[in-house]
Write a protein that binds this ligand. Structure first.
Ligand code: 5GP
Length: 203
């Protein structure tokens, strides 16, 4: 048997509380997993030190963002601790239809919206080893104000309850182990027969 081909690319949605290490895990995955690309989100949040427009996010004003909401440019969008975040529709649809797999880092409500629209999407929840550890990581990161950190910790407690709506969970205690766990998930999902394009029936 030969010529087995998948119908479409797979969407891997990675969520988890702020500070859990989604960025580090994703950076590593994109380096190590061939055929995986990253969907860059749009946001109205201020760029953090070292963040690059078009690489980490498409940074924009609230007005620009809302204009894009009006024109249907986002697959989903949500407000998160006072800032707007959205997934550009065009990029995701193009890559998936060309058979490329996409990873994205979005919060829980956005992930739930994606799952409703695309039940075949794979939702992965990255969890910290404990809430104490999460708080320590947010403080160590020191890219946010004290007030922003406190808001994010409160939000994290709510977000942890969303884990039961996900397909998989991965604990980020050790970066290497977390990356390997997600690579196993990606590998298994890529081998699902249900994702194969079926040959047209000829008599
Ligand atoms: P941060 O400001 O720390 O970069 O991101 C804050 C939260 O917004 C994170 O939980 C991240 O996953 C989420 N986020 C980033 N991009 C998007 C997006 O396009 N849509 C949604 N719904 N959430 C996003």
């Amino acid at each position: 048997m030969h010529g087995l081909k998948r119908e479409r690319g797979i969407l891997f949605v990675i969520s988890g509380p702020s500070g859990v290490g989604k960025n580090s895990v994703l950076t590593q995955l994109l380096k190590e997993v061939p055929g995986l690309c990253y969907s860059v989100s749009a946001t109205t949040r201020q760029a953090r030190k070292g963040e690059v427009d078009g690489v980490n996010y498409f940074f924009m004003t609230r007005e620009q963002f809302l204009e894009k909401v009006e024109t249907g440019d986002f697959l989903e969008h949500e407000e998160y601790v006072g800032n707007l975040y959205g997934t550009p529709r065009g990029y995701v649809e193009k890559e998936l239809s060309e058979g490329c797999d996409i990873a994205m880092d979005i919060e829980c409500r956005g992930a739930a919206q994606i799952k409703r629209m695309m039940p075949e999407a794979v939702l992965i929840f990255l969890t910290p080893p404990s809430m104490e550890e999460l708080k320590a990581r947010l403080l160590a990161r020191s890219t946010d104000s004290q007030e922003a950190i406190e808001k994010r910790v409160k939000k994290a407690e709510v977000e942890m309850g969303e884990i039961y709506t996900y397909d998989y969970y991965v604990m980020n205690d050790d970066l290497r182990t977390a990356v390997e766990d997600i690579k196993k998930i990606i590998g298994a999902e890529r081998l699902k027969v249900s994702r194969l394009k079926r040959p047209s029936v000829t008599k």
